[in-house]
Design a protein around this ligand. Structure first.
Ligand code: ADP
Length: 479
């Protein structure tokens, strides 16, 4: 098996070390060996992106449309193969992997359209004889640092708008999932991009990521990952005046009310707490239930959890794949242990599972009798572990839903228009779901949160233009 290389200045180049990409459903399966770049190669990639910027920023919207549209078409045509690669390297069930590849194809096509729809504003001046145009211009070189949980979709939703609006890109994917990023960049490399417009540098966050943060030539950094790393990104960017946006954690509440349609609530909570192994920043991790329906909800939730098929991501019918790696599994188990010690009661799950292949399988876990001030309700676990908090009323439930350092997504399950409308207005989150899972979003509308979940301009949809461009206000004297 050959080594998958970094892409720098239009050339595929060897790295300074090797990333062994292991299948978390079957640790004997080596997905591939990927080149890990060092700091010098990262610098070279940034220089290539800087050199490519002037010409790329002057391309016509139609040229950028054609390239992004072609990439989107190839991604859609190869969605089964890309989805399988994703499922193999990250552990998402195959159907979800294919769904994610499909979404990436749609994202490229959406932003192809955005390239030609870019607009400015014309205004009359407050002074006589003067016209004003407010126009958008690209930022320059953008550094994209991405996590492992959506290995195709997140690089796609950062790269596509960056390119659509005329920026050049250096992408650093998470070390656990270089394969998906490589595949997307390989497609882009044949879609007609001039040399240096997109660069891929795989490798360690502390080396490659840090080199991007510290480079004076990286004008903007878009980051998705943990809260701790997000703080480092912010610090480095503030120091040198670079623009940045951060998408970080969640501790998303799902508020189930007495008048909920219980099957809707159970299905939504099951999906958003445990599907994709709970490894979504939009996962529901705190399920807040009013007392009248609490016992019936827990009973139905546990019954549904018992039917979940936890298995190798490529196994037909798999609903929940493995945890992504040994380190994350240890983190999940650590929190299960903390929950027990804090006095929470494990209603179901939490134990390691053996399957036909040797992988990181964990039975999804549901804690009951928990309090919102417990550590398991304060900190993001990022695994298939959810808690139930019993409350007396809607008002108490809403207060607890909002009592968190995060604010990404919040769900309410009710047949009451009054409560649904009140929750939509008063939930302190960037995204609110009524009778829907907290996870699962569309690509053509903004994505992001409040408080500790996000910082800076929103991603995706038409709002993506905010981050990837800067405005220029042009005054002209017309005589
Ligand atoms: P996760 O727990 O999801 O892996 P991280 O924040 O550790 O979250 O990783 C998200 C991305 O940030 C990854 O691509 C990772 O390599 C990168 N990263 C980690 N440390 C740094 C750093 N010091 N500077 C820049 N990027 C980093």
């Amino acid at each position: 098996m050959g080594q998958f290389k970094n892409f720098i200045g239009g050339e595929w180049v060897e790295g300074e070390a090797v990333i062994r990409n292991i299948n978390p459903s079957d640790i004997t399966d080596l997905v591939g060996e990927y080149a890990a770049a060092g700091a010098a190669q990262t610098k070279a990639a940034i220089e290539a992106a800087a050199a490519a910027f002037p010409a790329w920023s002057m391309t016509t919207p139609q040229q950028r449309f054609d390239i992004l549209d072609a990439a989107g078409s190839e991604i859609l045509a190869r969605k089964e193969e890309l989805g399988r690669l994703l499922a193999r390297e990250e552990g998402k069930p195959l159907a979800d992997g294919i769904g994610e590849a499909t979404r990436a194809g749609h994202i490229f096509k959406f932003f192809a359209g955005e390239a030609v729809r870019i607009e400015g504003t014309a205004l009359a001046s407050i002074r006589p004889g003067i016209d004003i145009n407010v126009m958008r211009e690209p930022m320059g070189v953008v550094g994209l640092i991405t996590p492992w949980n959506f290995p195709i979709a997140i690089p796609a939703w950062k790269m596509a708008p960056a390119l659509a609006f005329g920026n050049t890109v250096v992408l650093k994917p998470a070390e656990l999932v270089p394969g998906s990023a490589y595949a997307i960049v390989e497609i882009l490399s044949r879609a007609g991009l001039p040399k240096g417009v997109v660069n891929l540098v795989m490798g360690k966050g502390s080396i490659v990521g840090q080199a991007m943060l510290d480079s004076p030539h990286v004008n903007a950094v878009s980051f998705t990952g943990s809260t701790g790393t997000g703080a480092r990104v912010a610090e480095a960017c503030v120091k040198r005046g670079a623009k940045f946006q951060l998408e970080m954690g969640g501790k998303n509440p799902a508020l189930v009310l007495d008048d909920a349609d219980l099957s809707v609530a159970v299905n939504a909570c099951l999906n958003s707490a445990f599907f994709q192994t709970g490894q979504r920043c939009t996962a529901s991790s705190r399920i807040i239930v009013t007392k009248g329906v609490h016992d019936a909800f827990v009973e139905q939730m546990v019954a549904a959890m018992k039917t979940l098929k936890v298995d190798n991501a490529l196994e037909p019918g798999c609903q929940v794949g493995p945890v992504v790696d040994a380190r994350q599994l240890a983190q999940d188990e650590k929190y299960i242990d903390i929950g027990r010690k804090e006095g929470a009661e494990l209603a179901w799950g939490g134990e390691r599972l053996n399957r036909a292949t040797d992988g990181f399988f964990l039975q999804p876990a549901l804690f009951v009798n928990t309090k919102n001030d417990m550590q398991i309700n304060r900190e993001e676990i990022f695994g298939p572990v959810a808690t139930v908090i019993k409350v007396d009323s809607y008002e108490e439930g809403l207060a607890i839903a909002n009592d968190t350092a995060f604010g990404l997504s919040a769900g309410v399950y009710t047949t009451s228009l009054k409560h649904a409308a009140h929750f939509r207005r008063n939930a302190k989150a960037g995204m609110v779901m009524v009778n829907l899972p907290t996870a699962g979003v569309d690509y053509h509308v903004p994505f992001g949160g409040t408080k500790g979940s996000s910082y800076g301009a929103r991603e995706q949809g038409r709002q993506a233009v905010e981050f990837f461009t800067t405005t220029k206000t042009q005054y002209s004297f017309a005589g």
